[in-house]
Ligand binder design. Structure first.
Ligand code: RB5
Length: 150
């Protein structure tokens, strides 16, 4: 499958069942889910899973990513430390559309202890089915990236 359909997924221990439900959901829609785990429920450290997913996107191996932890916040912070990555936490579908349309976020973060599965799947659909609008938003995305060059 082409890179354009490859979506990396990762989480910490707090979000394994939801991550697996999302993987099945997007696979059924024709996306290629590159699920990099973990698969066992032992307590683990969300920063390494966020960074691992972000590197898959930054390297070009996957076009987009979906990451999860209890709140979605910690793993989002870790992913955003990888140069070139823009990741937002979403608990609603409007924000999930807008982080693609205006912010060109490549990675969506979800809190498995914040939203239920039904809403999470709708958030995922909103994210994956929205494209970046470019134009004035491209200028602003460039401005987000600028501090990385300082
Ligand atoms: C793990 O207990 C929890 O801290 C983690 O899943 C996440 O919510 C951190 O931001």
């Amino acid at each position: 499958m082409t890179v354009s359909k490859r979506i990396v997924l990762s989480s910490d221990h707090a979000a394994i069942p939801l991550r697996q439900a999302i993987a099945a959901h997007i696979t059924a829609q024709g996306w290629e889910a590159v699920d990099i785990g973990p698969t066992t429920p032992e307590s683990t450290h969300y920063p390494k899973h966020g960074a691992a997913a972000a590197r898959k996107v930054a390297s070009g191996d996957c076009r987009l990513g979906i990451i999860l932890c209890g709140t979605g916040q910690g793993i989002m912070m870790a992913a955003n430390k990888v140069p070139g990555i823009r990741c937002g936490v979403c608990s609603d579908t409007f924000s999930a559309k807008m982080i693609r349309a205006h912010n060109d976020a490549q990675i969506l973060s979800i809190g498995a202890r914040v939203v239920g599965e039904g809403l999470a799947l709708e958030i995922v659909d909103a994210f994956l089915n929205t494209e970046f609008e470019g134009g004035r938003h491209a200028t602003r995305v460039d401005m987000i990236e600028a501090p990385e060059a300082e």
